[in-house]
Design a protein around this ligand. Sequence first.
Ligand code: BV8
Ligand code: ZN
Length: 254
Amino acid sequence: MEISDSLLAALGQSRHIVVFTGAGVSAESGIPTFRDALDGLWTRYEATQLASPEGFENDPALVWGWYEWRRMKVLRTRPNPAHHAIVGMAGLSPRMTLVTQNVDDLHERAGSPGVIHLHGSLHEPRCFACSLPYAFPPGIPDEPEGGRRLEPPRCGHCDSPIRPGVVWFGECLPEDAWRKARQAAQDCDALLSVGTSSLVWPAAELPELAARGGATVVQINPGETPLDGWADFNLRGKAGEVLPTLLAGMRKAG
Ligand code: BV8
Ligand code: ZN
């Protein structure tokens, strides 16, 4: 893939770059994207039915099994070249803010500091009722038997079921994370939207906020998204291939 000189110049002159990532940045680590995660037992469900408080209350074992299966896949894999290239780009930029919709810890494991998680994390479960944090037993969960239904553990304080530490549909985003992400989008000179379908709100608003603030908006995605019509640069390809090429171009441009 050819990276244009004008894009390299825009990034080279940026004093603040925001990198905004979705499930696509973890796809080459073998982590299914949100919709692709609906296989096997979960094929007949809409993601929003499972990733919601109602879905959990309705069938805690189905939802907990889905999240434990996803957590197991994260623990069994590692960051891919996309995560590592983002760390490399941060080293070339005066300031980078990394905002992710992902609930995995692959950005952290690649070495990115201060990752802003808009939708929470698989690694911070808490009590569904009293929000007391829950500590997972060490090690990697086994492939849940019987097609992945798994009773959630109970809270040591109030005996309610433990829930995943993610933001479900119909739940508010963490206030501090959302405020920081909006501030960074409004302040930045360039925003890279990487591997997101840009369908989930309010996160999907960030590239528009950046554009309104005069930033250059770059999209990296092999597929089509609502950003196609107005992003300044559309790099059609996989994050694990495009980001390393972009990083090499930035290094060469000096
Ligand atoms: C809220 C955590 C206020 C859980 C997630 C109608 C219109 C507008 C909004 C709404 C509406 N109805 C309801 C809403 C609000 C709702 C919403 O946006 N719904 C959508 C479905 C329309 N939003 C909310 O509810 C939010 N909260 O609004 O609060 C409020 C409060 C109270 C009452 C009322 C309102 C909370 C949303 C957070 C939901 N939680 N994640 C979990 O992970 O289980 S979102 C979840 O879906 C993921 O985080 C992901 O970001 C998102 C989308 O899933 P995917 O499509 O898989 O992932 P992604 O978007 O990243 O797409 C994958 C992309 O990667 C694709 O484009 C693909 O082409 C690309 N790709 C694939 N391979 C590669 C690649 N790219 C690069 N390289 C590759 N190799
Ligand atoms: Zn409790």
